[in-house]
Design a protein around this ligand. Structure first.
Ligand code: AMP
Length: 185
């Protein structure tokens, strides 16, 4: 399996986030799960990549030329794919991956996971999407999703596409067992 991991270019203020990125990277490497990510060398991204590489895993980075030129790309990845812009980056990451997971992060992370979730809702792909809810980081966002659903802007079956867990083993098992449905628009 190849998993796209979206996560922050920063480390956050709670050391639980960096610890989770490190631990998750190790777990993916040891379980032969290939990783695709935004190729960053800093923050959660860099921590994840270093952990995957340290434990002999495969990690492919996809980065737009401009960010590469700013020397933001990790230099020791298994593979580095340089693309034209952010649109091509997200399309490439989506094509290469069998599933998507968001660790804690900022706007970039949210944008990436919401895009693939929206694509699933509209039937453009049937791949599982997941929040790795480290230390309750996504609790308030998930409350907002509940509000959207209760207020009639989001169908429950589209909420249910998104896997959420605070435990990496549970998260990966749910991704592996995910059964795609035909969703009503
Ligand atoms: P954020 O959550 O705002 O920190 O943004 C993280 C996401 O945006 C990552 O998954 C990357 O795809 C992208 N991104 C943001 N900053 C960088 C960076 N310095 N280098 C590479 N990718 C980045």
């Amino acid at each position: 399996m190849t998993l796209a991991v979206f996560c922050g270019a920063s480390l956050g203020n709670n050391e639980a986030y960096a610890n989770a990125a490190k631990d998750f990277g190790k777990y993916l490497a040891l379980n032969n799960i290939n990783v695709v990510f935004g190729a960053g060398s800093v923050g959660m991204m860099g921590t994840l990549a270093d952990a995957v590489l340290e434990h002999g895993g495969n990690i492919c980075g996809v980065i737009p030329e401009k960010l590469k030129d700013l020397e933001l790309a990790h230099e020791n990845l298994t593979e580095l794919i340089i693309v034209k812009d952010m649109h091509e980056r997200k399309a490439t990451m989506a094509q290469l991956s069998d599933a998507f997971v968001a660790l804690p992060g900022g706007l970039g992370t949210l944008e990436e996971i919401f895009e693939v979730w929206t694509w699933a809702q509209l039937g453009f792909h049937k791949k599982p999407c997941a929040f790795y809810n480290v230390d309750g980081f996504y609790d308030k966002l998930l409350d907002m999703i509940k509000t959207m659903s209760e207020e009639g802007f989001l169908k429950q079956e589209h909420v249910d596409i998104m896997i959420q867990s605070s435990y990496k083993e549970e998260l990966i098992t749910a991704i592996e067992n995910f059964e795609p449905k035909e969703y009503a628009l």
